[in-house]
Every structure is written in C-alpha cells, then in structure tokens.
Design a protein around this ligand. Structure first.
Ligand SMILES: Cc1ncc(COP(=O)(O)O)c(C=O)c1O
Length: 436
C-alpha cells in the first residue's frame, strides 16, 4: 500500500483515455504560429480550443509593451505584492481596471484561479453562507473549501432555487454571498443575471460575478455580462482573468465596497505568492486598452461565434443552449468523444475534450472556443471537418437538404460504386439523435 494508491482508479481511467489515441491532456505544440494556428507533431492545426477570444496573444502592441517592460524591469518581481512585488505598473493596472469598471478598487492576482481562491476564502468567513451555482468552475469550489463559510449549491441558472435556499436561511446570522459566472465555461451559457440580481436585492445578499469568459466578450464596453444585463450596480465583486480575452496570465477582482483594500492584508492567495512579472502586467494593460479602443474585436468575435454555432447546428449537432464563443458539442459517450477528438486532430483541428465529472450533467463534450482572429475560411473548414467526422462516427446523420443531394448523386452511379450511408461505417452502432 503506497500513499498514491488512492489514485489507482483515476490512473485506470486515464490509461483508457490514452489507449484511444493521443493523450488529450498532454498535447504539446511544436510551434504556435498565430492565435488561430499551430504545428503539432509536424502537422498544421487550426486552434479551436484556446479561450483566446480576441486573438490578442500575438497583438503587436501587447508584444512591444511586454518586451519593453522585460528589458526595463527584468524577468520577474521575485516577491509577493505585500513585499517587493508591487511596481508602479502593477498599481497602474489596478487603477486602470477600477476605472474601466467604474468602481473604487481593484486587486490584481497572479492567476484567475487565485483571484477566486483569495476572494471567496477571505470575504466569506465563519458564520457566513456562500451560495454557488452548481456548475461553478473548480476555482470557485476550491475558494469555498479554503474558507470557513457554509457552502450551499443551487441549481444551475435557477434563480427560483437560489431564492428558495436563501429563504431557508431566514433568521440565521451572518452574511450571504451569491456566486455566479458571466459565461459558463463548459456549455457557453450565460447566467440569468437580472433575475439573480433581483434575488440578491430581495434577500439582502452580496453578489460576486466571475466574468472570466465574458470580459472583452459581452457588454457595450466589453465589461461582461453584468454590463450587458444592466445590473453592474448590484455586483459587489467582479472577478476576471487575464488568461482569456486579454491573452496573458493573471487575475483580478474589482469592487466598489469602501473597505475592499483591507483584503490586501487578509487574502492569503494574494499575500503569499509572487506577483506577476512586469512584462505580463505591461501586455495586459495594453490588451485592456485594445478592449476599450477597438469594439470591432467584439463584433468580429460575435460574428464568428454565430457562424460556427449556426453551422454546427445546421449539421445536426446537439450544442449548448445559446450562441456564444464557447461552442460545445454533446457527445453520446466518452468512447465516441475520444474517437471524435482523435479524428479531429488527425484532420487538423484542435479543440478541447471535456470529460465527466468535469462537465455539466456528466455529458462528455467537444468544447471549442471561437476567436475574433479566426478567418471565415477557418471556421468553415472546422464545421465541414467536424460534420464529416460526426457523420462517420454516427453522431449526426446528414442534414435533410444534403441527404437529397447525396441520394441523387448515388442514384446516378452503378450499384457497386454507391457509398454506404454515413453513420453506418466501421461497424459502429449509430448513435445519432440519442437523447442526452
Ligand atoms: C470561470 C472561470 N474562473 C476562473 C478561471 C481561472 O482562470 P485562470 O486560468 O486565469 O487561472 C477559469 C479558467 O478557466 C474559469 O473558467
């Protein structure tokens, strides 16, 4: 018996995943060529699973600022924010974030994960209650585990269930903190934020919105779902990350609460870790400028998201409930998801494989994230490739319009040359239109 024996079942599941082809959890690019293309084992692939929503990882302005800071200030701060790790540029980025959101204060963390860890574990203490959406990101769950508050899960995107659970706390002392996400990372659906804000007001709770996937994506100014829903005044804490639309790494929390800055000496994941390198701070500050000055990035992203979602929908795939830059295809089983993911990689498309238990309702997903940097041709190639493999594996049948064309073509051929119908090849049982 060794200390790692508890992972035997997990190792077994991982071995099964690896035996199906390439290891989806250790993909290593030879070279990343642009926000939308890379080389993987000598083959060019379209990147369709990167969270690089605005395509800013190769923005020349962001790169120039990062290089400048690297040369001027060195490779790292080698210290935490409360020791030697705060430079003028860290403080300036915090001022910029606070001004962007129109609030008093901002704190920059070394990752988005740590922002959730830090804020949740410190603002809600013993005797308080945190009410989290059941589909919350791991960083939200882990932030709850790090603190001392009671944690209550409510049904995903269900304000009535939230209200019911708050009503059961009536008369109990302590504060209530509701936690939701702007765009949910697995299925791309948004929180019903107007309704959640109304529940928050009714029950005199606090509200934290994690805009990790919605910053730079939603809202007239790119501030996220709360801006789009017109409820920013109801949000007490906005958490975000620099690792998605801003193309770097890091996280933040902004708040209008007058005493927010006390967290700088109370929040352990802020205090006891090294601060972000100056080059990262510089590129993020420039990326924020791009978000503010170039609304065309959001428009392009939105058009690309529409094109990809509608294209896959027309091919008959079962997707998340709404158009969003996160487009996930529901898979009938883990085996099919693995075969699909491997076939896509062979065909030059990289996207994310998301397996239970990390997915809502334990449904395996092929998760894509669209970027403003994708060309229309890349999106169309991806749709056509996904559709062809989907038909091969029996995940979808041919859409009715194309079925007629194929039938006409086939009818003109001698019998021996007619192709078997897609979805019935390779002895795989068709799994089309299975209820998920
Ligand atoms: C909703 C949500 N919050 C927080 C994070 C953590 O962000 P980071 O990767 O910047 O640590 C993620 C990352 O995927 C996320 O999806």
């Amino acid at each position: 018996m060794t200390i790692l024996d508890k992972f035997k079942a997990l190792q077994g599941a991982y071995d099964a995943v690896q035996s199906a082809g390439r290891d989806p959890f250790s993909v290593c690019f030879d070279e990343v060529l642009s926000p939308s293309e890379a080389v993987l084992k000598g083959r060019r692939v379209i990147l369709l699973g990167t969270n690089n929503y605005l395509g800013l990882t190769f923005d020349s302005g962001c790169i120039d600022k990062a290089v400048e800071a690297l040369v001027q200030a060195g490779t790292g701060t080698t210290g935490s924010r409360i020791a030697n790790g705060t430079y003028g540029d860290h403080a300036e980025l915090e001022r910029r974030l606070a001004a962007f959101y129109g609030v008093r204060s901002a704190m920059v963390f070394s990752t988005g994960y740590q922002a959730n860890l830090g804020i949740l574990s410190s603002v809600a203490g013993r005797g308080d209650h945190i009410l989290i959406d059941a589909d919350s990101h791991a960083s939200i769950y882990d932030g709850c585990r790090l603190g001392n508050a009671e944690v209550i899960r409510f049904r995903h995107n269900n304000p009535d269930d939230l209200a019911r659970r708050l009503s059961r706390l009536k008369g109990q002392p302590g504060n209530r903190l509701i936690v939701v996400e702007g765009i949910y990372s697995m299925l791309g659906d948004t929180a019903p934020l107007k309704e959640i804000a109304a529940v928050k007001r009714e029950w005199n709770a606090h509200l934290l919105v994690d805009e990790a996937h919605s910053l730079g994506v939603l809202g007239g100014n790119g501030r996220g779902l709360a801006e789009q829903a017109g409820v920013e005044a109801d949000v007490d804490f906005t958490v975000g990350t620099f690792s998605k639309s801003l193309g770097a790494v890091g996280g933040f929390c902004v708040s209008n609460l007058p005493d927010f800055d006390v967290l700088r000496i109370a929040c352990r994941p802020y205090m006891f870790t090294a601060s972000l390198p100056p080059s990262v701070i510089a590129s993020v500050t420039q990326a924020l400028t791009r978000v503010q000055e170039d609304p065309g990035l959001r428009t392009r992203l939105s058009l690309n998201a529409q094109r990809f979602y509608r294209g896959l929908e027309a091919e008959g795939f079962v997707l998340g409930p709404q158009v969003s830059p996160i487009v996930s295809i529901r898979m009938p089983s883990t085996e099919v998801a693995l075969a699909f993911w491997n076939a896509l990689l062979e065909a030059g498309i990289y996207l994310n494989l998301a397996l239970p238990p990390a997915t809502p309702d334990d449904v395996p997903l092929l998760r894509s994230s669209v970027s403003a940097a994708h060309s229309g041709a890349q999106i169309d190639t991806a749709i056509a490739t996904i559709a062809a493999i989907g038909r091969d594996l029996g995940v979808v049948t041919e859409p009715p319009s194309r079925r007629t064309e194929t039938a006409k073509r086939q009818a003109g051929l001698p019998e021996g040359l007619r192709q078997p119908a897609h979805g019935h090849r390779h002895d795989r049982a068709p799994v089309a239109e299975r209820t998920l």
